[in-house]
Write a protein that binds this ligand. Structure first.
Ligand SMILES: [Zn+2]
Ligand SMILES: [Zn+2]
Length: 347
């Protein structure tokens, strides 16, 4: 066992060497070099200035490319990079950023500032170019950006699948004027905070893990506090829940100790009728039996599965069980449920 661990360690230490020696095709593509000329030196870019961002020219907190001498500010990249920053990162010159497109949402002729060097002389003349509205992998709909078509054309050779993405988008894009008014590239709900699930903060800005109104839990993203500043209500709700949870956690050890000793002395007592702490209706006799079964198993610390037929009310029996524990100050509980039923569980 220990020899295996050692072997793995040795291998991971020399990983760059290993992958370059084996020289799989993909890394050849990425490095744009032939096998024979591989060495472990960085590509030296003559126009790279030391300690200055390749986009804006300023210094400070720069991200250094793993494979060349370019450096960038995380915020100057397209799409901008967010914390936590990757340990191994390659610049847009080495890896095309259009590789990070999740989908294309819209296409328009949009004004852009002429970037042909003497734009300043012309008083930054605006020109209209075809642009695509892009949703990036790992970023929410708040961070969709317009990308000029020429960037796509440049990238087609390197990223063959990009052309498929554009073609697919063209196929589903509404044609003609009639439907144009109804077409909404980004539904407003996709940018409305439903609830906040977590919070983190390193040396930079505070960030929240956001569940969006129109999207499921698999599309939650970290957002900086300033980006969702208009959703104070949701931030307050989160903070209130957090402080409640912290209080509960503090009490938890006491409660648990108290409960364990209580549990030993207290006999299991079954409900003879539908308990009063359940508002809005009475349990059917077989549901009451289910509740007592759950409570009995719980008092014996036995794991169980409710396997009634569909529609008999397994959910209400589970809720009644949790409610009965809550009545005895045993909480919180973790409910693991399919995505589609989470909303109902929250309610
Ligand atoms: Zn910069
Ligand atoms: Zn690079």
């Amino acid at each position: 066992m220990s020899s295996l661990v050692e072997r793995l360690r040795v291998r991971s230490d020399s990983r760059p060497r290993y992958s370059l020696d084996e020289s799989d095709e993909e890394s050849d593509l990425l490095f744009g070099k032939s096998k024979k000329s591989e060495d472990f030196e960085k590509i030296v870019r003559d126009d790279a200035k030391e300690d200055s961002c390749n986009a804006c020219g300023e210094s400070g907190n720069l991200l250094v490319c793993e494979t060349c001498t370019y450096e960038y500010h995380p915020k100057c990249l397209m799409p901008r990079l967010k914390a936590p920053l990757p340990t191994a990162w390659r610049c847009p010159k080495c890896v095309n950023p259009l590789n990070d497109i999740e989908k294309i949402l819209d296409c328009e002729m949009r004004p852009t500032v002429a970037d042909d060097g003497d734009a300043s002389k012309l008083g930054s003349k605006q020109i209209f170019v075809k642009q695509y509205l892009v949703k990036w992998k790992g970023l929410s709909y708040l961070h969709c950006t317009w990308v000029p078509e020429k960037e796509f054309i440049k990238a087609y050779k390197e990223l063959p699948r990009l052309r498929t993405k554009v073609n697919n988008f063209r196929k589903q894009m509404p044609v003609g004027n009639s439907s144009e008014d109804d077409f909404v590239p980004i539904r407003p709900e996709y940018t409305m905070v439903d609830r906040i699930l977590a919070c983190r903060q390193d040396d930079q800005e505070k960030e929240y893990l956001v569940k969006w109104v129109g999207l499921n839990y698999d599309e939650c993203y970290w957002e900086s506090e300033s980006d969702i500043a208009s959703f104070q209500q949701q931030i307050e709700n989160f903070n209130r829940l957090q402080s409640r949870y912290r209080k509960l956690r503090k009490q938890k050890s006491n409660v648990r100790d108290g409960f364990d000793s209580k549990n030993k002395s207290k006999e299991f007592q079954q409900f003879e009728k539908s308990p009063e702490f359940l508002p809005g209706g009475e349990l059917h006799p077989y549901q009451l039996e289910g509740l007592n079964f759950l409570r009995f198993s719980w008092s014996k610390q036995t794991h169980v599965i409710l396997a009634d037929e569909m529609g008999l009310g397994k959910t209400i029996q589970s809720i009644a069980f949790l409610a009965s524990l809550y009545e005895e100050n045993v909480s919180p509980h973790l409910v693991v449920a399919p995505l589609s039923t989470l909303r109902n569980w929250e309610r």
